[in-house]
Design a protein around this ligand. Structure first.
Ligand code: ADP
Ligand code: MG
Length: 141
């Protein structure tokens, strides 16, 4: 599925829809360049899950856990990960194989530990279509 958005609000709204529909055990991977809108999308997902506290990129902790929503929400940003073993150290398996929803920014950096059933999301710019244009490709496993 490909969705085109023309503002951060539209990308947020798409995330919100996905958050509303997410079921326990879902894992979403997010790929795309820095500043493309991965965190904006994730903020929408959090809202859709009923999380009201502010969500920002957990760059220095790798994972941020939100438990106030409809389901536990595990927001990973693995951009600064040095080695995939750091994922073991933070106990990623409890998140990936638990009863919550995982969102993994920069998931390609931890490809080797991603389960088969991930829903893959790619966000891309196309400057020819405007500064705020984003093409969002969602590939269900
Ligand atoms: P990332 O997490 O991918 O590094 P962020 O979500 O932190 O990126 O930042 C995306 C930036 O792009 C924000 O400043 C946002 O306002 C801007 N932006 C402009 N147009 C869009 C759009 N269509 N969708 C998402 N973000 C957009
Ligand atoms: Mg981000």
């Amino acid at each position: 599925m490909v969705v085109e958005t023309f503002s951060p609000e539209e990308t947020f709204a798409l995330g919100e829809k996905i958050g509303r529909e997410a079921v326990a055990g879902s894992i979403y991977t997010l790929s795309g360049d820095l500043g493309v809108g991965k965190t904006v999308f994730t903020q929408g997902v959090a809202k859709g899950l009923g999380i009201d506290e502010p969500v920002s990129s957990p760059t220095f902790t790798i994972v941020q856990i939100y438990e106030e929503g409809r389901l536990p929400f595990y927001h990973f940003d693995v951009y600064r990960i040095g080695d995939v073993s750091e994922m073991d150290e933070i106990g990623y398996e409890d998140c990936f194989y638990g009863q919550g929803v995982c969102m993994i920014e920069w998931a390609e950096l931890v490809e080797e530990i991603l389960p088969e059933h991930c829903t893959r999301i790619l966000i891309e710019k196309d400057v020819a279509k405007g500064f705020d244009y984003r093409r969002i490709t969602i590939e269900q496993a």
